[in-house]
Ligand binder design. Structure first.
Ligand SMILES: Nc1ncnc2c1ncn2[C@@H]1O[C@H](COP(=O)(O)OP(=O)(O)OP(=O)(O)O)[C@@H](O)[C@H]1O
Ligand SMILES: [Mg+2]
Length: 316
């Protein structure tokens, strides 16, 4: 049985100019033990999908299940399987960190949870803030408390909606080590992030959302291999030839993806024929950011980059 199953999920919001469709027929499953990434630009629908999963919002159509429990008709059991770190910072200013975590444990009927709370605090770099009032914490520290709150009842499925936004580099690494350890112990993880190097390093499979639709879904390694795999980067002054207008230009630095050696040669020939003087040429492997940009810029029909099912046996 899947850990999380989205079947034909659509969501429309009432807008001033008629209904707005934030999700359109989204279907995919996440297997138990998977580390699954949900990527997409701002407004793609990631938080909307997570809100439906967490029971905070209702799908207009479709069905969502957590370990077989429907998030609407079997809400309590579905919710108990989930630990959700929300994108927005929400906190109660009247409690200390430890009180907030005890109260959260109580919501899930977990008593005498202090050992686990201490372990969470230590792993999230909050041990010395246990008795601090929530008001006294910095933004990054509040986000760490949200992560701890999501984990108090040891949920089998951990859902993280941009957990590292505003979190410093050191804690980001500590947080990922901790989440990766929970994943190795069998917890399923669903992650959204705009830090694509994090997704590349951590996720077994990735779904990409664009304007509410799944436009790519595959193992991370297959996504990296299946689209442009080579990145040419160089410096130049002046105009690029029109046929290379898909290049990414940052000041003098130009980056162009290529699928194979022939395409690399063609790009260099185009530059030579156009009389472009290039410097500091480097040819490297394309990363997830390049794949993401290629997929988002492509005139993708949904499922153009989707292969499924991808079972866990294929996961690296
Ligand atoms: N309560 C709401 N009412 C109306 N429209 C909404 C509501 N919540 C979200 N939307 C719209 O739905 C779309 C998807 O929003 P969502 O928050 O799911 O995006 P996201 O992928 O999480 O983006 P981000 O990366 O910025 O967090 C956006 O166009 C947003 O404006
Ligand atoms: Mg969001």
């Amino acid at each position: 049985m899947s850990a999380v199953s989205f079947q034909h999920v659509s969501k429309s919001y009432k807008g001033p100019r008629g209904p707005f469709q934030a999700l359109k027929d989204v279907s995919f499953d996440i297997e138990p033990g998977e580390f699954f990434g949900l990527l997409g630009p701002n407004g793609a629908g990631k938080t909307t999908l997570i809100s439906i999963l967490a029971g905070l919002s209702r799908a207009t159509e479709g069905q969502v299940r957590v370990h077989g429990h429907d998030v609407v008709s079997d809400y309590a059991r579905a919710r108990r399987q989930l630990g959700v770190v929300p994108q927005e910072l929400v906190f109660d200013p009247f409690f200390t960190v430890r009180e907030a975590l005890r109260i959260q444990s109580g919501y899930f009927g977990v008593k005498c949870n202090d050992d686990w709370i201490d372990e969470l605090l230590a792993n999230l770099g909050l041990a010395d803030k246990a008795n601090a009032n929530m008001r006294q914490l910095s933004g990054g520290m509040k986000r760490r408390v949200l992560v701890a709150q999501a984990l108090v009842h040891r949920p089998p499925v951990i859902v993280l909606d941009e957990p590292t936004a505003g979190v410093d580099v050191e804690l980001r690494q500590t947080l990922w080590q901790f989440i990766a350890r929970l994943n190795r112990q069998g917890h399923t993880v669903l992650l959204t992030t705009h830090y694509l190097e994090e997704a590349e390093a951590l996720c077994h499979r990735i779904a990409m959302l664009k304007a509410g639709q799944v436009v790519a879904l595959d193992r991370t390694s297959a996504l990296l291999a299946g689209t442009a795999s080579t990145m040419l980067s160089f410096k130049m002054d002046g105009e690029l030839p029109a046929s290379l207008d898909h290049a990414r230009v940052t000041g003098r630095i130009v980056q162009i993806t290529a699928h194979d050696a022939q395409e690399v040669e063609d790009i260099l020939a185009t530059l030579r024929i156009a009389g472009c003087k290039i410097e500091d040429l480097e040819i490297g492997r394309a990363d997830l950011e390049d794949v993401f940009l290629e997929i988002m810029q492509a005139d993708t029909s949904p499922s153009a980059f989707v292969t499924r099912p991808a079972g866990l046996e294929q996961v690296a």
